[in-house]
Design a binder for this molecule. Sequence first.
Ligand code: TIU
Length: 236
Amino acid sequence: MSAMDKTCFIEALPYPLQFAPARTAVIMIDMQRDFILPGGFGDTLGNDVAHLLPAVGAAHQLLDWCRAQNMLVVHTKEAHAADLSDCPLAKRHRGAPKLRIGDQGAMGRILINGEFGTDFVEELTPLPGEIVITKPGKGAFYATELGQILKNHGITHLLFGGVTTEVCVQTTMREANDRGYECVLIEEATESYFPHFKQATLEMIRAQEGIVGWTASLKSILTATPQHHEESKNGS
Ligand code: TIU
């Protein structure tokens, strides 16, 4: 980050972190009806979708803070083409779900781009000008334009929220980490169908001196104030 950039210091684990909002994007992963509401993809896989609801309000607060800093806002959506040409057969045929990707469900065709159920929950509808990445996989860098967009904007740091913690969020954080981004997962803004998987994911991200990145509380972000600082505490 340049000495000209205003930066935020936040408490985070495994150690405090400095980032410049001008060089940071928030990546909100897959806050779609298909995962969060009854009758969608997550439900058809046999999950109790109620576990994900607490992340909605926290994700909204995170996005609002990021918008107030004029940060780059990216929403991802796990979705397939109507003809399923981008859906691997292995993904469609695995296991014995109640409905498969592309089948007609209570909110439209399961996980098909443009269907009501595949769209974002109302509270987290992207604002005009925000970036929406439609992705066929769990990771948001695979088969998408995300990497190029982040490069074009000079992004170095990524704040993450979304669902589910150990599937699409963790996969994307690992993809981002391997591409050289400093990654922070905001604890309250992510949930899993399995609370112990969420906890384990938070721990594995920040273990080994931040082998994948950092975790931080929503409060640490919401109370951060960008200021001019001479030097980075974490050397980035
Ligand atoms: N099933 C599950 O936990 N997640 C997914 O299938 N996709 C995302 O995490 N978005």
